[in-house]
Ligand binder design. Structure first.
Ligand code: APR
Length: 229
């Protein structure tokens, strides 16, 4: 089976009711990113950061996968699929995808505030301010903040090098190092981009731009790929 690599961003979950980042004036649910998604913010005001992610987690748990998530899961019938997502929601998994790499973490787990490798399931939607990891340090959301390392980036680059078909869905490619991954795709690989606003990319070889919302464009491309595998 051919290796199909799919990079997804906030746009794929927009129609599940989860807001994208750069479609709303630099604000994220009414907050400045620096006030809620950086190590400095956590130092300054951990309760605010905890509350912010608790609210995001509640929204994620209430959201449902959409037609685009489900269509991608169907590709596993005929391809070896790896989804590399920048999203911190679990909608790919809930739609049935079995091989998902979360570059920026996953909000449904908690993480030790001193050792990012220590992660835990969360009971319900809230992490309390008094909850601690096995080392006795406070628990925070298992998400990668601005200014933090992206632990999975090298593994992801290797996956991109082996891609035989590539899809990009709903990402502005504005944030590095994730955006740099597309440089690892080989020239001969067909590259589908599904986004109402196709991001500027300079990649070698053929690009097939599908200027549609994810729930419209992704099922179309998936149908084509399943016919032509
Ligand atoms: N279907 C498909 N794409 C859509 C839709 C939709 N219904 N609605 C919006 N989009 C597209 C936008 O045109 C844009 O290209 O989704 C993209 C969203 O871009 P961003 O908001 O920048 O999200 P993303 O690329 O995932 O951001 C990357 O930035 O803040 C950080 O860590 C955060 O993982 C995130 C990273």
């Amino acid at each position: 089976m051919k290796n199909l690599v799919i990079l997804t961003g906030a746009g794929i979950s927009a129609e599940s009711g989860l807001k994208t980042f750069r479609d709303s004036d630099g604000l994220w649910e009414g907050y400045n990113i620096e006030d809620v998604a950086t190590p400095e913010a956590w130092q300054r005001n951990p309760a605010l950061v905890q509350q912010f992610y608790n609210e995001r987690r509640k929204s994620v748990l209430e959201a449902q996968p959409n037609a685009a998530h489900y269509a991608l899961a169907k590709l596993e019938e005929q391809y070896t699929v790896t989804i590399i997502t920048q999203n911190i929601d679990d909608l790919h998994e809930r739609a049935g995808s079995s091989n998902v790499v979360h570059l920026h973490g996953i909000i449904t787990r908690s993480q030790s505030s001193v050792n990012p490798q220590l992660t835990y399931p969360i009971n319900g939607w809230e992490i309390g301010m008094d909850e601690v990891c096995e080392l006795g340090s406070p628990l925070r959301a298992h998400v990668v903040w601005f200014g933090e390392a992206v632990p999975m980036i090298e593994a992801a680059a290797k996956i991109f090098m082996k891609a035989e078909v590539f899809m990009l869905v709903g990402s502005s490619l504005a944030v590095y190092p994730a955006a740099g991954l597309i440089n690892y795709i080989r020239r001969e690989v067909p590259k589908y981009i599904i986004d109402p606003k196709i991001p500027e990319v300079s990649v070698r070889g053929e690009v097939i731009a599908v200027r549609e919302r994810a729930t419209v464009g992704v099922p179309q491309v998936v149908e084509e790929l399943l016919k032509s595998y």
